[in-house]
Design a binder for this molecule. Sequence first.
Ligand code: APR
Length: 267
Amino acid sequence: MTDDGLNGRIEKLAALIAGSSRIVVFTGAGVSTESGIPDFRSPGGIWDRFDPEEFTIFRFLESPGTRLKQWRLLIESGLIANAEPNRAHLAVAELERLGKLDCVITQNIDNLHQKAGNAPDRVYELHGTMNHARCLGCRQRYAMDDLLPRLRLDEGAPLCPACDGILKPDVIFFGEQLPAEALRQAVERSRRCDLLIVVGSSLVVYPAAYMPVYAREAGAAVAIVNLTATDFDPQADVVIHGKAGEIMPLVLEAVRRNLGMTGGTAA
Ligand code: APR
């Protein structure tokens, strides 16, 4: 893409943001790769190293052996590395401070939007979170930070410290229902927003990937900031192919100029 094409698209997205008040930001694993967390479908991503067929709720419940394999995937894949938000997350948090953000709908389980400063009640985690695990027997909930140091994967799949029941991370496995309230809110807000910005998603996993479709159907503008092309690109008002950690701060700089704000926090 020629440089003025890039600058022109950044200015166009910034103008859409400046003129919007109910923005939904929809994120996928690509918003966190610059925080050191691998995505799933880029070359070398998680599904290049692990078999998604193993990562279903049926396999998780099938045996201690398959459960152990999935705990290992979550821990050894880098999905729950002690990561820090990057400048893309900080830019999304700034949209909230500017009073422009309705909510973040994320497919990620890394809690980085909340760590970047987005209010937890404005972040809808469609695929759950690695922040907690729950016992399927006594329903006791544990913070992952407390559990991780106590996990002995060489002794087998983690068990509930209280009742030795099956411990399951709060992530949504393939074949599992998405959290009903988070999905309901995500659909309703995608249908009510005036701008939906996709950041770092291949838009291939449903029902999450329907959110830009709902926004489009409701007459909202849709923008995509992604390293590679997605099937939704032709229907988007603005498409910027590039690294979210580089693009999003430039977009917020242009928004601040649009709003006549000098300086402002560097995202
Ligand atoms: N900046 C912008 N985009 C990026 C960056 C980056 N730094 N790094 C990667 N990307 C893009 C990739 O090009 C890819 O199109 O982000 C996208 C990530 O796509 P996926 O790896 O498919 O991740 P995601 O869309 O979140 O997957 C959805 O699939 O396996 C399930 O549950 C898992 O939530 C996940 C779901």
